[in-house]
Design a protein around this ligand. Structure first.
Ligand SMILES: NC(=O)c1ccc[n+]([C@@H]2O[C@H](COP(=O)([O-])OP(=O)(O)OC[C@H]3O[C@@H](n4cnc5c(N)ncnc54)[C@H](OP(=O)(O)O)[C@@H]3O)[C@@H](O)[C@H]2O)c1
Length: 340
């Protein structure tokens, strides 16, 4: 048996292209003491991976040329020398883009998954996994949302954004989404979002946000940073909260981040800006998971997904996602090792 792996072939320049990734074949790893071997089933494509491809360190080590791409997955335990995990268990954790990974007690985000068999397993990689958890923790713990708040969400048709919109609606908020094309606007209308701004069609973004949020924004769930954050600063209500979830608009060009001109509004409008990383709020995940699963069973949230079939397509799928061409959660169904 071989272990197919997707490695970094070149540091991307701007938006990653499929040629920045290469499929190689290695041997299937044997777990040592305290380790287990898992078979990856679904890879969860994450915007954060982009920053690891540039060769510079951030809150995780960069991935070297030839290194296997790191990313979270849903996996099944094949053989285990790690107490508490048995063959057949389903797990979520930060693994690699490959058929088989080794993990241990220090694997970031490692937890056993006990999915509801009535719900699709893939949902646990997005709406009921990291994307849903990030939206839930960001809105509640960081944004302190209250019924009646106006909540602005950027990258609103994406994995995290589509969940943030739905959770805020279920909480009784007025939700305004910002997206990059008309198909995404239509998706948000189906999700009952109250107003949508297509930022690519607006010459004056600040004016468009002010029109869509006439009483000001109480909570801005920011996935994008850059020009949208700068415009949103001018649309905030007095005492508003900005949830710093991500700054994807600069990830493809992190050496030249977009300047902000409206930071004075933080003082004038007495705003709070707080960033967060989900893995620092692991204690919130059980409650978030339980609530999200209940809503999914009741049909009150929709899991929007874009699933690529087969590990060899992972690089192209990632290129599409980071080019802004996708809606909902991007997953790769790994498939069998002989499907090349
Ligand atoms: N803090 C945390 O713990 C945490 C955890 C997970 C994710 N995040 C953050 O959440 C954000 C969304 O991540 P996701 O995984 O849910 O991705 P996603 O939203 O599913 O996909 C990316 C979307 O970002 C939008 N986008 C805006 N500006 C862009 C630009 N300049 N280039 C490319 N895309 C752009 C695109 O939608 P439009 O067409 O609408 O622009 C694109 O479809 C990211 O910033 C990510 O880092 C944070």
């Amino acid at each position: 048996m071989l272990n197919r792996q997707i490695v970094l072939a070149a540091h991307p320049r701007g938006v990653p292209v499929p040629e920045d990734f290469r499929l190689v074949e290695g041997t299937v790893p044997e777990p040592g003491p305290g380790q287990m071997r898992v078979r990856n089933l679904y890879l969860s494509l994450e915007a954060a991976i982009r920053s690891w491809l540039d060769g510079t360190a951030n809150y995780f080590e960069p991935i070297a040329i030839g290194g296997v791409i790191r990313g979270p997955s849903i996996a099944r335990v094949e053989s285990s020398r790690l107490p508490g995990f048995e063959p057949g268990d389903l797990v979520f954790g930060l693994q690699h883009w490959e058929d088989y990974s080794l993990c241990d007690a220090d694997t970031v985000l490692l937890r056993k998954l006990i999915p509801d068999p009535k719900l699709p397993l893939s949902w646990y990689g997005g709406a009921l996994g990291g994307s849903g958890h990030t939206a839930f923790v960001g809105l509640h713990r960081i944004g302190q949302i209250q019924a009646g708040d106006t909540v602005l969400v950027s990258a609103a048709a994406g994995a995290t954004g589509s969940m943030a919109c739905q959770i805020a609606k279920l909480h009784g908020c007025r939700v305004v989404g910002v997206v990059g094309n008309d198909e995404k606007s239509r998706l948000l209308q189906q999700l009952n979002v109250d107003a949508v701004v297509n930022y690519r069609q607006e010459d004056d973004l600040a004016a468009a946000l002010a029109r869509a949020c006439p009483e000001g924004v109480n909570v801005y769930f920011d996935n994008v940073g850059g020009q949208l954050l700068d415009a949103a600063l001018t649309a905030m209500a007095e005492g508003g909260r900005i949830v710093g979830c991500g700054m994807i608009s600069d990830y493809n060009n992190s050496a030249n981040p977009t300047p902000l001109y409206n930071l004075w509004q933080v003082i004038e409008r007495q705003l709070t800006i707080k960033g967060f990383l989900l893995y620092s709020y692991l204690e919130d995940i059980p409650a978030a998971s339980a609530q999200l699963e209940d809503w999914a069973r009741e049909g009150r949230i929709q899991a929007i997904e874009n699933i690529t079939e087969g590990l060899p397509g992972a690089g192209a799928a990632y290129s599409n996602m980071m080019g802004g061409h996708t809606m909902g959660k991007n997953l790769v169904r790994v498939g069998e090792p002989d499907d090349t």
